[in-house]
Design a protein around this ligand. Structure first.
Ligand SMILES: *Cc1c(COP(=O)(O)O)cnc(C)c1O
Length: 371
């Protein structure tokens, strides 16, 4: 950390953070590589014909990924809202200007498997409403088959939205290819929210018409989002720049930064799950020397090539609950953030993608100091 960065923490009286929770918005998501920083910097320092910039970077990204078209947006949430709006407005100038002025005589329901109607930090349904749509749930909290998805389709349906995420119910859920089959059998487009996913091609290849990614998560770009898909639909998304999209404008620096991040993401070898295991082995061995603490490697529940450390705390032996442990480490300085989704089961997960071995050792020392 350079002294210049250190001074930002001092200037605003901010705590330093060790992020072992993954790509989390509450911590700033990721820290882009130098080539991305340079692209952002170039963008900040020059003027462009922005429409041309949007179209040509979109073309460049689409060619890299082997998809029909692409557009950079301000974040994945904006991608969801504008994709929904695109399906309702299409290329109608009146609806573009008046999306929220009153109801329109066109389909506006978005069918979502009930187990996909999640809160990723904000509700999926809020983004659908922002896009002028209204969620209609298909199936049940714990299951959605192709038949159950199809049963929720009515003449009011504008599109199907599939959320591919660890936040979602995974069991007894239809896959993207099956959702695409249902959508196309009903002449409807399929939108896939794959915000945190790592594969930028597979959902499109499975038949999705629009796929949305978060620029700062797996791709490690600046704050931004990506929408890829069929040309006609991407064109409709672009039109939203003169509608609701204006309230979620992405700047030239974000467009250039994400485009560069995608180009290097597609060529650079990324940290493999096995490399993550190697990084965390000493950390796990250290934790296992602590009485009442046990640690092991676990693999990502959504099937991505991500290994994490799962730490289990024995409440009886330690005399403190896992929730309290998580809270104390968050409130420390540095603030240490874990994946706490299973704290209620006495378990936390450590994501090592954003930390080095020295920081992991600090985490170990801070845990040890609690007992
Ligand atoms: C992170 C996330 C989003 C939102 O992404 P932003 O780029 O932060 O708007 C949407 N959906 C899912 C499933 C996510 O994980």
């Amino acid at each position: 950390m350079s002294s210049n960065n250190q001074s930002v923490y001092q200037k605003y009286n901010l705590k330093t953070v060790i992020n072992t929770s993954g790509r989390m918005t509450i911590l700033g998501v990721s820290t882009p590589r130098e080539d991305v920083v340079e692209a952002v910097n170039f963008g900040l320092n020059h003027y462009f014909e922005v429409k041309d910039l949007v179209n040509k970077t979109g073309r460049y990204i689409a060619d890299l990924l082997g998809v029909e078209d692409a557009v950079v947006v301000s974040c994945a949430s904006a991608g969801i809202a504008q994709s929904v709006a695109a399906m309702i407005v299409q290329d109608n100038a009146y609806r573009l200007d008046n999306l929220h002025a009153h109801a329109h005589d066109v389909p506006s329901e978005i069918v979502v498997p009930k187990g996909h109607n999640v809160n990723f930090g904000a509700p999926v349904g809020t983004m659908v409403q922002l896009g002028g749509g209204c969620v209609r749930e298909a199936g049940y909290a714990n299951e959605c088959s192709p038949a159950q998805l199809a049963a929720a389709i009515t003449p009011k349906t504008a599109a199907i939205l599939y959320v591919k995420s660890h936040h979602c119910v995974q069991k007894s859920m239809l896959n993207v290819a099956q959702a695409a089959e249902v959508a196309h059998a009903h002449n409807l487009p399929l939108i896939v929210d794959a915000a945190a996913e790592e594969d930028l091609q597979c959902y499109y290849n499975m038949g999705a018409d629009l796929v949305i990614y978060s620029g700062a998560k797996a791709i490690e770009g600046p704050t931004s989002g990506l929408v890829i898909g069929r040309k006609k639909y991407v064109e409709w998304v672009k039109l939203q720049a003169n509608g609701i999209g204006r309230a979620m404008k992405v700047g030239k620096e974000g467009i250039l930064g994400l485009t560069q991040a995608i180009a290097s993401y597609m060529t650079l070898e990324k940290e493999s799950g096995q490399q993550m295991v190697d990084k965390m082995t000493a950390f796990i061995d250290n934790l296992n020397t602590l009485d009442g603490v046990s640690a092991k490697v676990v693999w990502d529940s959504a099937g991505r090539d991500i290994a994490r450390t799962e730490i289990t705390f024995d409440h009886q032996k330690l005399g403190i609950t896992t929730e309290h442990i998580v809270e104390r480490l968050k409130n420390g300085d540095p603030a240490i953030y874990f994946r706490g989704y299973k704290a209620n089961e006495g378990k936390i997960e450590v994501d090592v993608r954003s930390v080095d071995a020295a920081q992991l050792h600090t985490v170990y020392e801070c845990i040890k100091a609690l007992f």
